[in-house]
Ligand binder design. Structure first.
Ligand code: HEM
Length: 390
């Protein structure tokens, strides 16, 4: 990392966090916690100007050829800075035609294009690639609820990644291999971890703190002329690898393919490659169904089909938790109490909340293989497989 990049990183980990936290405490103490404009203006100006000095230095320095890690770090830091400016209403895509932060936009676009990612901070910056320095990971604020959110999101992602890794390893040995059992067990263990992590979020995260002081940093914002959607905990390939390998979602489905295209540049290049690779495989469900008529009574079929179904059941549980517990408790519930003026820009991807919720429901139902007449889920196929397992 260059000296300038290091200096910016130090600021992001210290003063930036202090200023955001101070602003959050001021907003939260108000009768109307959603009121941000015209509040704490001197701190906001300091945050904007101090950050700009680091950004301008880095922008002048140009591409120092320090490699992916350094570029990724700078992209994350300029992204956290721009995300905070958006949160504090120093810019708002509903009002502005373009970002008022020209140097930060240029720096983000330069680095983003050079490493092959969207020019904004991504989930990986705060989760799987959030380097802790003496135990302290990057964050916007030092609020306990933000750390809880970041840490449990990361644990959830790590669990899904373990499951995806295990399922990938079944592909080269085939779903009829007797040794697929250890891989199915590893896949199950990853999902058990996700379930525990979701449970902790559900029971420990403070609804108001999350809604008013954490979530607003994940709104869409302008980089140059274009608005980039916010990051969400789903911006990693593992969840889609699981969808595709289990066969619950199909890359040929228009809705699902659109979702994959949308998230490509929000993921690390290594995740982008994994997802592309995964799209070339036949799903485990299709493999098992093609073997069912001839081999249903074979020991290997009974063992592996049972384990496969257990993985599907656990995965369904995580999908249900995400939608019916997390989205419902921490987004839909509190949004019901907001007035219309504050409802704009509520979601990370931008669409109005009811539209977003319906689209998340579709994902939940694919993953649960729910019985839906309007959706081509794998309900009937899973039923047929279940019937074959004695
Ligand atoms: C307080 C906890 C959480 C809340 C309120 C929440 C809410 C949301 C919302 C609202 C979206 C849609 C983003 C948008 O377009 O605006 C989303 C997407 C997503 N979230 Fe979460 N989330 C939470 C935690 C998690 C965790 C722990 C995971 C697991 C890693 C996760 C996985 C995903 C995934 C995979 C997506 C992308 C859509 C999909 O493929 O299902 N979320 N979440």
């Amino acid at each position: 990392m260059s000296t300038r990049a290091e200096a910016f990183d130090r600021w992001i980990r210290t003063t930036f966090v202090e200023m955001n936290t101070e602003l959050e405490e001021i907003y939260f103490a108000q009768a109307d916690r959603a009121c941000v404009e015209g509040v704490g203006d001197s701190i906001k100006a300091e945050l904007r100007d101090e950050g700009r000095a680091y950004v301008v230095d880095l922008w002048h320095e140009g591409n120092t050829g320090e490699g992916f890690e350094s570029g990724f770090g700078v992209l994350g830091n300029v992204g956290l800075y721009m995300g905070a400016l958006r949160r504090h209403e120093l810019t708002n895509p509903d009002r502005d035609q373009r970002s008022p932060f020209a140097e930060a936009s240029s720096l983000a676009m330069h680095v983003g294009a050079s490493i092959g990612m969207a020019p904004r901070f991504a989930t990986a910056h705060l989760a799987t690639h959030n380097l802790a320095v003496a135990g302290v990971r990057k964050s916007f604020t030092s609020l306990a609820d933000e750390f809880l959110f970041i840490d449990e999101n990361t644990r959830g992602i790590l669990g899904f990644q373990q499951t995806a890794d295990a399922l990938e390893r079944i592909v080269p040995i085939g779903v009829s291999s007797p040794v697929a059992d250890v891989l199915f067990e590893a896949a199950k263990a990853g999902l058990h971890d996700v379930i525990r992590s979701n449970d902790r979020l559900f029971s420990k995260l403070d609804i108001d703190r999350f809604f008013y002081s954490v979530r607003p940093y994940y709104k869409p914002y302008h980089v140059g002329r274009q608005v980039y959607r916010g990051a969400n905990a789903g911006d990693f390939s593992g969840i889609n690898e699981i969808d595709l390998l289990l066969g619950l979602c199909r890359a040929s489905d228009t809705y699902y393919a659109g979702l994959l295209v949308d998230k490509m540049l929000f993921m690390l290049p290594s995740d982008q490659a994994r997802l592309r690779e995964c799209m070339t495989h036949r799903s485990l469900l299709d493999e098992l169904l093609s073997l069912l008529d001839k081999h249903a009574y074979a020991d290997w079929f009974q063992q592996n089909a049972r384990l496969f179904l257990e993985v599907c059941d656990l995965f369904a549980k995580t999908a249900k938790q995400h939608h019916d517990q997390l989205v419902s408790r921490f987004i839909v519930g509190p949004a019901g109490e907001l007035d219309a003026a504050h409802l704009e820009g509520l979601t990370a991807s931008g669409p109005p909340l009811p539209v977003l919720v319906r689209s998340l429901e579709v994902l939940r139902d694919y993953r649960m293989a729910a019985e839906r007449v309007d959706l081509d889920t794998r309900h009937a196929d899973l039923k047929r497989l279940r019937a074959a397992v004695t």
